[in-house]
Structures are given as C-alpha cells and as structure tokens.
Design a protein around this ligand. Sequence first.
Ligand SMILES: [Zn+2]
Length: 267
Amino acid sequence: MPGGGVARAAGPAAGGAVEPGWRRSGGLLVDERLERLGVLHGATTRALGDMADPARRSTLFDGLGLKGETGLVLKQVHGDAIVRWPSEWDGSGTEKVRADGWMAGAPSRPLCVYTADCVPLLLWGPRFGGVFHVGWRGAAAGFAKKAAESLCRAFGAKASELCASIGPHIGPCCYRVGPEVSSLFRRESLAMGGQVPGGAGGSPLTGGGVAADRLDLGREVASQLVEAGLERGSVAVCGECTCCREDLFFSYRRDKTRDSMMAFLTL
Ligand SMILES: [Zn+2]
C-alpha cells in the first residue's frame, strides 16, 4: 500500500508547503519529515505484534540495522513525568522508571513508548527530541504542552523550532467519554451530540444513537502544542482511528487486551 491514505495534517500548511504527515512503510507508520532527516523512528502496527515482548522489539530493531538493540522502555503510569536520557536514566537496571515520556539529544538509543488507543507523540528540534504517551489523564493534565516546554527548556530551543507528529490513536468516532472526563476538556476537543455510530448495546448515556460526548485526543494534543508555541503547520496528526482500523491496530477499548503498539525515536 504505497503512498498516503493514512495521514492528514492538523491544519492547512502555510505558503503552499506540502502538508506534513504519516505514511505506511511495511509494518510501521513513519513521518516523512523525520525520514528526510534520516532519523530512525516509527509507530508500529499490529502486523508486528505486541511490542511489550522484548524479542519482537529486538527483531524490529535488527531489521532497522540496530543489532542487539531492544529499545528503551518506561513503566508508563498515565502521569506527566519525563525522563532525560541518559543523564536521568540510561535504561539500565531491572526496575523501570515510572514516567510517560523520554527526551534526549543526539545521538540516542531508540526511545520508546507503548500505546493501544492513547496518543504516541513525537517531538523534535535540531538534534534533540522526545517521545511521549498521552492518554486522557495526561492530556487533561496538559502533558503535551509540558512535553514541548520541557524540550525547549532542556535544549535551549524556541517552541517555534519544534516539529510534532501525533501518531495513531483512538478517534472521536469511537471515544465516548462520560461527563467526569469530558468536563476536563475544552469544547473544541469534544464531539458533542449527534448520532453515535454503533450505539447498540451502549450505556443509556452514550448508546443507541443518543447524544454523547466524544473526546478528540489528537485535536486536544495539537491544541496544547500550539499553545506551547509550535506552528500549527508543524504539527501532523495521523487520522487513522486505532479502534476503527482493526486490520492495522490493537485497541484497548475495542479488544480489552493488553497488546501494545510502540512508537520510537532514535536521535
Ligand atoms: Zn473510530
């Protein structure tokens, strides 16, 4: 499946420039801008299996020319802690650090986060970058904005120098949330009312075509990045829904399994 069909930009790119975006490359989705920079990165699809398995990660990185590499993984806790590699943690030891984001200057080993509906967020600037796991709890706590601000502070950069890629995540088509969650978000990040697809069997609040709040996590993350100072045209959003695209992705909400995809960035 060559070419696009997977990507859409968050907004119109300025000056007639080509819109940034994700595209399929084998079992991975990749961002064309990082490809052009020669930065090894990607978001895995279900074709590569559950990436929590170190053997699968090893196979992936072997195939990318990183022999013996298994990638650096965190104990993700839906919080807002970010680890700077290698000064704060080099990934060694048996106890993983509890955090939901990595950042590093070049060169680095592959910095990885797991997702299965949450947003995998890649952020980068000149010779530095990071990868972050943003679910609704993180988004409600402003984690995407914090990630951009942390990178700028750590590497002495301006937010306008950063680029962002919001990887595959659950779309508003499938992400119904209750009022205890929707009340934490701005109006623009919610799809209100309207018909809910596949509503049969849902709760009285959300099912059967009744009006519901649906959360657009990708849009929320993009808004936070723009608030942090990124140019709208520098933020790419993968438009594929992990819940709709059973052929491509694991989805916690759809499958109730712990199988995970992985996004990684190797500076
Ligand atoms: Zn969907």
